[in-house]
Design a protein around this ligand. Structure first.
Ligand code: NAD
Ligand code: TYD
Length: 357
């Protein structure tokens, strides 16, 4: 069974993954209407969407997912037949210094979207409706040296961020089980690529290396993450949206595990050449700092269900993806300057001042 939604509500479309999804989805589905609801927090930037802003099939609405009246109005007036829900507070470090906002946006905001979606769907104006919750592998907690998260792994979130995402995932499940709302849920590993706000590891490294600033490595640097190019994630989301059976959950991952310190060294070395610096120069910027509290040791995702059921697999190799990403940041220094002005710098200082390891 496949369905092709014609009027999408994308929440958080001005952020990293949401904006990449909008570009990818609109290119693949030129007749589709896309409404992007985003309140433009520090992480949202309309410059991520300049390529579509004049497109008559795209509309931006500045607003909060927690505003029930606004959400209801959009769902009805645009005859929305699919909600793709990215909007969230997404940074673990910020969730440690301020958990309350994470609960408000990620849990309560999701509940408002679900409730308005339920009413809209039950009104019967759209024959085929789906609600896709974009989530993270972090809801499963932390792994030891071996093993993988599957869709059956119990939720065991360890940070306020991942706990708020797990809460939202369970509400999505509850709306399906209790009300029959046609929901879908994807849980993806760490993404990298264009439009990534430079507080997350890879864009922070690129930004700091260019500016010859210290590269903070938390703890011993041996934590492991599984990295997926954001465009591969966007295609996975489109695949699940169109092909998955309501009520299903799919893991998304790149089968591409890296220790943090190895990523740091790789990005340093790739930028030595591009910046015309002597070999090894950038590695001298590495600075081990105090560990993140509750720092998950290893994430590794088994995405075989998505491949076997729906035929998705990643198209980027990490070698080409990371090289392309570094070149994108070098070519988009104006974008980086824009998003890193103001609050970002203050925040960065707070992080870095956590002190040496
Ligand atoms: P992001 O922080 O770059 O973007 C979040 C967007 O949501 C921003 O544009 C922000 O303005 C918007 N937003 C925040 N609160 C809002 C509200 N109350 N109302 C409307 N808009 C609001 O995040 P991202 O990295 O693009 O992540 C998107 C989603 O994917 C999140 O749900 C995240 O949990 C999930 N995810 C991220 C990763 C990753 O590696 N970044 C991996 C797996 C899953
Ligand atoms: P991050 O990009 O914040 O993603 P997440 O915590 O959601 O996985 O961090 C990726 C890994 O890199 C994580 O193990 C924490 C580590 N890290 C650093 O060592 N230094 C940094 O400055 C940042 C931002 C992250």
């Amino acid at each position: 069974m496949t369905c092709t939604p014609v009027s999408l509500l994308v929440t958080g479309g001005a952020g990293f993954i949401g904006s990449n999804f909008i570009h990818s989805y609109m290119a693949n589905n030129p007749l589709c209407m896309v409404t992007n609801l985003d309140c433009l927090t520090y992480a949202g930037n309309l410059k991520n969407l300049t390529a579509v802003e004049e497109n008559p099939h795209y509309r931006f609405v500045k607003g909060d997912i927690g505003d029930a009246a606004l959400v209801a109005e959009i769902l009805a007036s645009r005859r929305i037949d699919a909600v793709v829900h990215f909007a969230a507070e997404s940074h673990v470090d910020r969730s440690i210094t301020g958990p309350e906002l994470f609960v408000r946006t990620n849990v309560l905001g999701t509940q408002v979207l679900l409730e308005e979606s339920r009413k809209h769907w039950q009104s019967g104006v759209v024959p085929d409706f789906r609600f896709l919750q974009i989530s993270t592998d972090e809801v499963y907690g932390s792994l030891g040296d071996t093993g993988y998260f599957t869709e059956e792994t119990p939720l065991a979130a360890n940070s306020p961020y991942s706990a708020s995402k797990a809460g939202a995932d369970l509400l999505v499940r509850a709306y399906h089980e209790t009300f029959g709302l046609p929901t879908l849920n994807t849980r993806c590993s760490n993404n990298y690529g264009p439009y990534h706000f430079p507080e997350k590891l890879i864009p922070l490294l690129i930004h700091n290396i260019i500016n010859e600033k210290p590269l903070p490595v938390y703890g011993d640097g041996l934590n492991v993450r599984d990295w997926l190019h954001v465009r591969d994630h966007a295609v996975a989301i489109e695949t699940v949206l169109k092909k998955a059976v309501p009520g299903s959950v799919y893991n998304v991952g790149g089968n591409n595990e890296w220790k943090n310190i190895d990523i740091v060294n790789l990005v340093c070395d790739l930028l030595d050449g591009r910046l015309g610096r002597p070999e090894g120069k950038n590695r001298a910027l590495i600075s081990f700092v105090k560990d993140r509290p509750g720092h998950d040791r290893r994430y590794a995702i088994d995405a075989s269900r998505l491949t076997s059921d729906l035929g998705w697999s990643p198209s980027y190799t990490f070698e080409e993806g990371i090289a392309e990403t570094i070149d994108w940041y070098l070519a988009h220094q104006e974008w980086v300057a824009d998003v890193t002005s103001g609050a970002y710098l203050e925040y960065y200082q707070v992080q870095y001042n956590r002190g040496a390891a």
